[in-house]
Design a protein around this ligand. Sequence first.
Ligand SMILES: Nc1ncnc2c1ncn2[C@@H]1O[C@H](COP(=O)(O)OP(=O)(O)OP(=O)(O)O)[C@@H](O)[C@H]1O
Length: 295
Amino acid sequence: MLKLSAVCYRYPGADIDALAGIDLLLQAGDIVGLLGANGAGKTTLFSLLSGLTQPVSGQLIWQQADMRVGLVPQHLAFYSQLSIIENLTFFADIYQLQGRQRQQQLQTVIDACNLNARLKQRAATLSGGWQRRLNFAIGILQPAEVYLFDEATVGVDAQSRQQLLTAVKQLAAAGKTLLYTSHYLQEIEQIASRILVMQQGKLLLDVPLSQFGSESWQLMVQWPQQEPSGWLELLANLALTAQPIARGSIIDLSSADQWQSLNQFITAQPVQPDLIRYGKPSLEQLYLHVTGGQL
Ligand SMILES: Nc1ncnc2c1ncn2[C@@H]1O[C@H](COP(=O)(O)OP(=O)(O)OP(=O)(O)O)[C@@H](O)[C@H]1O
């Protein structure tokens, strides 16, 4: 378990906070998909979680003091003059992997990242996709409780990407906590159990992905300013489960009567919602609406 409480960060000399009051609880086995437009603060959040920078204010609270963080960074972080296998054994030394565990871990990441065919090739001469796979392998070679993936699959071909995603799922099944950023929303939809959306250093949304895969019909409503008075009371009176989103709610509906009551209320409002969606929303639809259309 890892908790962030009112975490703020501002780069030296910057005018605005890169992280502006982040509250977050991460549990073992979570695969958390972290979405946000360029500059939203995802990489900065990862820098804090991996201990590369410290918050300006707020707190990071770790369940155990010795929890380790494995990072697959957005930039390539290996030695380009070394071969794939030389890089992997070098990092195995850094991570102090020894004996059988070392052999097993090396083989696991080589298989997971499909690196077998080019183990002896110098990293500098690999294609971009292969370099990404090596970067990924180095990140998951590290024994850790929390893994952070920052745009880890950019440029990787479809088949290898599926393999990498399988490796991510296996880490979660082994009880690791994973945070995963990607601009490929289908990838997030495929692996994440929970979605966070960031914008301008703030968390706009934190919902379980089951909200999207649900078989039940849902109503998503977003208001221009704030929810009108009486809206939350109506939901409570109809015994509806509502998931709050910025300026609105996603509501599970089980009968046409419920929809009718909500519709009557909405049409009677002087200020109409700027979004009403009824159906089974995709992650992309939801994301575009909560962020105002920035992918
Ligand atoms: N080294 C830096 N110095 C000053 N400001 C920075 C620095 N790195 C990032 N920022 C600023 O901090 C904010 C958050 O940037 P960050 O890189 O965390 O966003 P991101 O969500 O990871 O974006 P991307 O999707 O482009 O990787 C942005 O406003 C960015 O301009």
